[in-house]
Design a protein around this ligand. Structure first.
Ligand code: CUA
Length: 161
């Protein structure tokens, strides 16, 4: 089969580039010891010890104001469904039980990292009723894509907030 001289040049160049990139990946993994997060590795042991039963929860701190203590763990959130009436201002306090996670709440300004040993704080006022899905947006292992939950904002009834 005839291959044009320039075509052959680019094919060889790409083969060399692919080999170089593959060698770089192997060097990073085995030469430099860089690996993806592993929830069972020694460096990823629970930052807060066993799950604190008092941490996950939703508290009404004042009329129209809620505090949500959220726990991120491989691979889910506790609690994974939160219900508040429309118009509520919600402060999220988020801890990670193990590795680095993320919290992204669709349709809001909440977009934060959740780092082991730290408490992430974010506040948002849910003006409109509806369902606001949230999920982990930081790769945290094999179950990352199922790590999600939702906030259900109900119609505010008079005197309910
Ligand atoms: Cu937790 Cu991705």
């Amino acid at each position: 089969m005839h291959v044009h001289v320039y075509e052959r040049f680019w094919m060889r160049l790409m083969a060399v580039a692919l080999a170089a990139f593959f060698a770089a990946v192997l060097y990073a993994a085995y030469g430099m010891g860089i690996h993806l997060p592993d929830a069972h590795a020694e460096h990823a042991r629970p930052a807060w010890g066993p799950v604190d039963p008092d941490w996950p929860g939703v508290t009404r701190v004042a009329p129209g104001r809620y505090e949500v203590r959220l726990l991120a763990l491989s691979w889910g959130f506790m609690p994974h469904e939160i219900r508040v009436p429309a118009g509520s201002e919600v402060t999220f306090l988020v801890r990670s039980q193990d590795v680095t996670h993320g919290l992204f709440i669709q349709g809001t300004t909440v977009n934060a990292m959740v780092i082991p040993g730290e408490v992430t704080r974010a506040t948002y006022r849910f003006a409109k009723p509806g369902v606001y899905p949230f999920w982990c947006h930081e790769y945290c292992g094999i179950g990352h894509h199922v790590m999600s939950g939702r906030i259900v904002v109900t119609e505010a009834e008079a005197g309910q907030r």
